[in-house]
Design a protein around this ligand. Structure first.
Ligand code: SAH
Ligand code: F3S
Length: 452
């Protein structure tokens, strides 16, 4: 094994919860190999930028950031700069050529070999016969997708002492026509339920009482005859567990059984993120989402019937190629009908290699049009959201205190329904549960007062 006891690593993560969890995994792997985790890029011997490829904007941010980090390398040429995650997988050697100061690109299935690959770079190995690498030193690309890799037996370095991300599934078997995920993370693979349960028992043993199960279509989980709702029930029943969440479910795999488990198990939070993407059947068909507005609404109805006080959130894409004004209005109508507690809203972003890129050229909407639609959508959602939240002022909610707030003397936490609340409390309340009276809302978040 390669060991560089005094080396330090800084991991900077972009993107979704799965990526945050992967960042913790990389830190865990490197700590286990003798690295220290540094809290800033300036001090680290190894800098890892853990990237997202979901939209062009996400990639542009990362390109800007690695350009900045290059400045650090000018002062300290021995620093190793690695780019990991979905954008590394997508661009691979193209990224190494474009940014010759990057030493390593590594995809989401290769993190186990991180210490070994960093060791190779430190020893001056060379895997790419590129012209730039000759001048600048070795560059490595580790990009194989590995259907057998579920990172079993490795420990994440959990950064929160309060709650924990637990990936139970990696990759995706869908082919939503806009989405790059199946290409950069490969097909769906599920962890063994016994391993998941053991890990969560350890998490609870460490004093954390909230877990979020992660997967691209987390509720399609199936392993050794155990389906998602069965796993979820077992997780909820682990002694000491207080809050179980999961993200993101695919609407098609929201079954009555799953909703019943959510309704029956007191430790499963009344919260469901249900990405709908569009409120028009024709657009949904072109996106290959495999449900209709009607069947989606049926799921929402069933969920609300079974789980009173359910908080619902969603993802929406506007300006998918060919989306007409009327089809866009259908999405606004869906928002008004469902009244989601929260929505993550995006402009369609073309991802090379995805099926939607082959739609007729004239179907692609202008940036201005897309921006207009996004602004309208956000306006509609904001007003619904603040109405919902205004109506919640006056409630007393159980809040899990997560961290100190921005204002001195304040802490931040979340309700079971995943709403953020700021309130005055000593910092030793962090990690515990408090009853909090909600006194006001900004529309998005709440201010409250502790109830004795
Ligand atoms: N099933 C995954 C989806 C990951 S991507 C999950 O929910 O965990 C998260 C969201 O990004 C998607 O739901 C979609 O709304 C948005 N998205 C994905 N690809 C996109 C693209 N090409 N352009 C714009 N938004 C996109
Ligand atoms: Fe992407 Fe659709 Fe899978 S949004 S992650 S291809 S379910």
């Amino acid at each position: 094994m390669t060991r560089f006891p005094k080396k330090s690593v800084y991991v900077e993560t972009y993107g979704c919860q799965m990526n945050i969890s992967d960042g913790e995994l990389m830190e865990g792997i490197l700590v286990n190999d003798g690295y220290e985790v540094s809290s800033s890029a300036e001090e680290a011997d190894v800098i890892i930028v853990n990237t997202c490829a979901i939209r062009e904007h996400a990639e542009e941010r990362v390109l800007g950031r690695i350009g900045q980090l290059y400045a650090l390398k000018k002062d300290r040429p021995e620093v190793i700069l690695g780019v990991t995650g979905c954008m590394a997988q997508r661009l691979g050697t193209v990224l190494l050529k474009r940014a010759p100061y990057v030493d390593l690109v590594m995809g989401p299935d290769a993190y186990r070999s991180l210490p070994e690959q960093l060791g190779r770079i430190q020893r001056g190995a060379r895997s790419l016969p590129s012209r730039s690498s000759k001048k600048r030193g070795p560059q490595l690309a580790v990009l194989d997708l590995n259907i057998g890799e579920n990172y079993e037996g490795l420990t994440q370095r959990r950064t929160s002492s309060v709650s924990a991300w637990v990936p139970i599934q990696r990759g995706c078997n869908h082919r939503c026509t806009f989405c790059i995920v199946p290409y950069v993370r490969g097909p769906e693979k599920n962890r063994k339920s016994s391993e998941v349960l053991q890990e969560i028992q350890e998490i609870v043993g460490s004093g954390r009482t909230e877990v979020t199960l992660l997967g691209q279509t987390v509720n399609s989980y199936q392993s050794e005859g155990i389906s998602f709702h069965e796993l979820l029930r077992s997780v909820a029943r682990i002694p000491g567990m207080r809050r179980v969440r999961f993200t993101s479910p695919h609407p098609n795999d929201v079954t009555p059984e799953l909703l019943e488990v959510m309704a029956e198990e007191p430790n499963i939070c009344e919260q469901l993120h249900l990405p709908v993407q569009s409120g028009n059947d024709k657009v949904l068909r072109k996106m290959l989402r495999r449900y209709t507005v009607e069947t989606f609404l049926d799921k929402v109805q069933l969920a609300r019937d079974l789980i009173p006080d359910l908080s619902l959130s969603t993802d929406i894409i506007v300006a998918f190629p060919g989306e007409t004004e009327i089809q866009f209005e259908d999405t606004l109508e869906l928002l008004r009908q469902v009244r989601f507690d929260d929505a993550y809203t995006y402009k369609y972003s073309l991802r090379d290699g995805t099926p939607a890129t082959r739609l007729p050229q004239e179907d692609f909407l202008s940036e201005d049009e897309a921006q207009n639609r996004l602004a309208k959508l956000i306006e509609v959602q904001r007003s619904i959201q603040s109405e919902i939240n205004e109506a919640e002022v006056g409630r007393t909610e159980e809040v899990l205190v997560e961290k100190e707030g921005r204002k001195k003397g304040q802490v931040l936490g979340r309700t079971r329904r995943n709403k953020v609340v700021a309130f005055t409390a000593p910092s030793d309340t962090i990690g515990g549960y408090q009853q909090v009276f909600l006194t006001s809302t900004t529309g998005a978040t709440f201010v409250g007062e502790m109830v004795n």
